[in-house]
Design a binder for this molecule. Sequence first.
Ligand code: CMP
Length: 140
Amino acid sequence: MALERTFSIIKPDATRRNLTGKVLTMLEEGGLRVVAQKRVELDQEKAEGFYAVHKERPFFNDLVAFMTSGPVVVQVLEGEDAVARNREIMGATDPADADEGTIRKALAESIEANSVHGSDSLENAAIEIAYFFNENEIVG
Ligand code: CMP
């Protein structure tokens, strides 16, 4: 096992329903530690840049509209195998497929309004962290 950092977003459906604390409790009880965090509103350009890899997907415009529809909490999580651990705690992208006990099973509204984002690899985690945070904003 290795100590890793991953990138996480608490999405607008969760901030709208005042579920920030609930999401954080599930992440912390799952063994992850918040080492950087801010609550922001994404503008169109920032959201499009973040999801650029999905640009050709049919859901891209709706995804960007959703992610700019309200505040999000962007954060860096640290822990043993943090990338995989965070994905386990989040559950499957579509809440209909998510396991019991996961954030998306418990809280998500739909495949789009699925409450949380988490990096899918250590390489992407580094890219996504740098998209939102300077090194001096990360305090372990
Ligand atoms: P996320 O981990 O933030 O990465 C891309 C997001 O696109 C994904 O979570 C979903 O919330 C969203 N999305 C919307 N529709 C789909 C879809 N049909 N398939 C996959 N992701 C989707």
